[in-house]
Ligand binder design. Structure first.
Ligand SMILES: [Mg+2]
Length: 399
């Protein structure tokens, strides 16, 4: 309902701004705006009905545990809920579970019991019980081997070898809201918004779309225990970013997956689609990435620039391998995004520089001035598996 109101406001805003075509968001088809979420089944439910049940007092020892795992696409999540009778203090205390891997592109029908192993626990902001939790799991085939899309398992093995180097990761997760016509939310059905320029970090009904969802998601992530670090509107209208970390070891990648789960889950309540596709709109519209900031203890200490440059040197020799690891289709998704324009580098050539957003790896100005800190790998796609990305960086720079 809220979005319908936003749609109406935008209509008024658009007519009020009709004399300033270069800065207004919607250049045509004001009428189309009244159709925002017209075909979204979840948008029509009266959310107040659930409030009645949220006030029911449940036994705090009866816990809803929502298990979350990566399916066979390597980019989508699945989830199901189990009732526990004791609050677990660690992932090891959460029971293992299984699911039908033949329905998630992970197994054949004849032998499809796929195992969920709990790895990280979060508070659940979408449930009513004070002890309800979300459980990030990785997945194993009937023969005990990790599923093909279980990159967490490999990253954990690498981490165990180099944990004395204390790697930190911070990821900038970009994404786009879509309506049910698969167009970015709030875009006219026929035609385009005004060109990029006013939307990045924008404010105002003619510049940003669906802040309601963004703010709800931020609060939910903080409540859950994610190292949520901030958020901003992005260059393309209906595109946003949030940041997670810096966090030690596995936590940033775990947090990114659960933050994606919460974003999908909350946007579901609003009836809005979230896509992590790295290039949702062809043409002069920015794509979406997952810029990955990385440091080791040696990089963060005085004189750390030497360690940063050594890591960049190693990264420069493995461009093809990293591109293969940086999206779920072995580099195919990033082919559409890393075109050497629109704040991206070329997918074919490794490059680096200080404060340059058109390179593969950037050293931020503040880091160059301090002579220590971190590097930013700008190549990972917005739909990357952060376990695969972090593992590739660790293997190249730390092993
Ligand atoms: Mg960004």
């Amino acid at each position: 309902m809220a979005l319908r109101v936003v749609g109406l406001l935008i209509r008024q805003e658009v007519s009020a701004l009709a004399r300033k075509p270069s800065t207004r968001m919607f250049s045509s088809s004001v009428r189309a705006m009244s159709n925002v979420l017209a075909n979204s089944p979840n948008a029509d439910f009266n959310k107040k009905i659930m409030d009645r049940y949220s006030r029911l007092k449940t036994d705090p020892n009866t816990i809803q545990a929502t298990y979350v795992w990566i399916d066979g696409t390597g980019e989508n999540l699945r989830t199901k809920t189990k009732i526990l009778n004791k609050k677990p203090e660690s992932p090891a205390e959460v029971p293992r579970w299984s699911y039908d891997g033949s329905s998630t592109y992970q197994a054949l029908g004849g032998n499809s019991d796929t195992t969920l192993v709990p790895r990280a626990i979060y508070k659940d902001p979408t449930k009513f019980g004070e002890n309800d939790i979300i459980v990030m799991c990785d997945t194993y085939k009937p023969d005990g081997n990790p599923c093909d899309t279980n990159h967490r398992c490999q990253m954990q093995k690498t981490m165990d070898k180099i944990s004395n180097q204390e790697p930190w990761f911070g990821i900038e997760q970009e994404y786009t809201f879509l309506d049910f016509d698969a167009r970015p939310l709030g875009w006219p059905a026929h035609g385009f918004p005004g060109p990029q320029g006013p939307y990045y970090c924008g404010v105002g009904a003619d510049r940003v779309i669906a802040r309601d969802i963004v703010e709800t998601h931020g609060i939910a992530c903080i409540y859950a225990g994610i190292d949520f670090a901030g958020t901003n509107a992005e260059v393309m209208p209906a595109q946003w970013e949030y940041q997670v970390g810096p966090s030690l070891g596995m936590k940033c990648a775990d947090d990114i997956w659960i933050s994606r789960y919460l974003l999908w889950r909350i946007a579901e309540d609003f009836g809005v689609i979230v896509t992590f596709d790295p290039k949702p709109m062809e043409g002069p519209w920015n794509g979406a990435g997952a810029h990955t900031n990385f440091s080791t203890r040696a990089m963060r200490e005085d004189g750390g620039m030497k360690a940063i440059e050594a890591a960049i040197e190693k990264l420069s020799t493995k461009q093809e391998h990293h591109i293969r690891c940086y999206d779920p289709h072995g580099g195919k998704d990033n082919e559409r995004r890393l075109v050497g324009r629109l704040e991206t580098s070329s997918i074919k050539k490794f490059s680096w520089g200080v404060a340059d957003r058109g390179v593969s790896v950037r050293i931020p100005r503040g880091v160059a001035d301090a002579g220590k800190g971190y590097l930013e790998d700008r190549r990972p796609s917005s739909n990357c598996d952060p376990y695969a990305v972090c593992n590739a960086i660790l293997e190249t720079c730390c092993l």
